[in-house]
Design a protein around this ligand. Structure first.
Ligand code: PLP
Length: 356
């Protein structure tokens, strides 16, 4: 049976990505060797990482003066690398979920952290709007898409200070005004590649302004100087990332992807809002994520949640169980998710509802 993969991460990848990765595991770039066994210093792999960096720049319209890095350690490593490299006196952070608060925890090890607003009081079901950011902060850090709670900030805020963002779960789903940012980072396993690589887009000139000594591997300058090859980079995830980036380009680029993502999300939210059995956990439509759609059963039907997961599973739908801190369901609609799979889910919701 065809599977419809709604997992939140690691998550669905395009067939193009998976097929080309499988081919390269058998024979990489006609070398007669597997991508798993070639030197990262080979000219064939150098071509891969160069093209991947160039495509990130092209797709996201990255201006001059920024470097694109492919690092290990996941997005969680960036929670520490960001303040290590950018926090001299004080930074502002927006607390919109588990990942945001993990980033805050790390930043506090390095200097003063002003948590300008938090939606923790309502289990992170909304994006705080009424807050001000002190003008003297080194940067404002936020999480553009809250993977666990299904909220999203789909714009690049004007706050009068430099921005830094964790875009792990919605990068490549909208155009970004990169010039407003000193750094953008994204773990690959939500919208790009298998786990193991993190993309970092960093403004070169913004580095070098902290007084502390920075360990070699945690210093962005190390990786910029060596083109992400200071040590062995995650070769296979980078190869897969390149395939996805090519697929993104061939799909028509970011605007086309965004349009498609909006259609998918609208279809599912419509089904949730028009149902008597399901309800969204994020009520303000402006705050709703188009990547991770979180919903539950209304109190009357609450005890049927497990049954629906089984029912949907019978139709090949996998990965819709909500995160334990939200419960219910979460359908992740990353770029690689075809609209037909969303239709299958919507159909399953309607059919299940009709049985009660
Ligand atoms: C998944 C996720 C992370 C954690 O990523 P790791 O690569 O596992 O460290 C951080 N931020 C966001 C927004 C995420 O979705």
């Amino acid at each position: 049976m065809k599977k419809h993969n709604f997992y939140a991460g690691p998550s669905i990848l395009s067939e193009y990505t998976i097929k080309n990765t499988a081919d390269a595991i058998l024979n990489f770039a006609d070398t007669g060797l597997s991508i798993l066994e070639v030197s990262h210093r080979s000219k064939e792999f150098q071509a891969v990482i160069d093209e991947a960096a160039a495509l990130v720049k092209e797709l996201l319209n990255v201006p001059q003066g920024y470097s694109v890095l492919f690092l290990g350690g996941g997005a969680s490593m960036q929670f520490c690398m960001i303040p290590y490299n950018f926090l001299q006196n004080k930074a502002a952070y927006l607390d919109t979920g588990t990942w945001a608060s993990n980033a805050i925890k790390e930043a506090k090890l390095f200097g003063e952290v002003d948590v300008v607003a938090s939606s923790k009081d309502a289990n992170y079901t909304y994006i705080p709007k009424d807050f001000t950011v002190p003008a003297d902060v080194d940067y404002f850090h936020f999480t553009t898409n809250n993977t666990i709670y299904g909220t999203e900030i789909r714009h690049d805020p004007d706050l009068g200070v430099r921005l830094i963002a964790d875009m792990s779960s919605d990068i490549f789903s909208r155009p970004i005004d990169v010039a407003k940012y000193d750094a953008i980072y994204a773990g690959a396993q939500k919208n790009l590649a298998p786990a193991g690589v993190t993309i970092v887009i960093v403004k070169d000139e913004a580095l070098g302004h902290v007084e502390r000594a920075i360990p070699t591997m945690l210093n962005y300058k190390t990786h910029i100087a060596k083109g992400s090859m200071f040590n062995t980079p995650p070769v296979l995830p980078i190869y897969s990332a390149l395939q996805t980036l090519r697929w993104y380009r061939d799909m028509g680029g970011i605007e086309a992807l965004e349009k498609r993502d909006m259609e998918k999300a609208a279809l599912l939210y419509e089904a949730i809002d028009s149902s008597r059995m399901f309800q969204g956990t994020v009520t303000d439509p402006a705050d709703r994520s188009i990547m991770n759609v979180c919903f539950v059963m209304t109190p009357e039907y609450k005890d049927l949640e497990k049954d629906f997961i089984d029912f949907a599973g019978g139709r090949g739908i996998v990965g819709i169980k909500g995160h334990r801190s939200v419960g219910g369901f979460r359908a992740s609609l990353y770029n690689a998710m075809p609209i037909d799979s969303v239709r299958v889910l919507v159909e399953a919701m309607k059919d299940f509802e009709a049985t009660r």
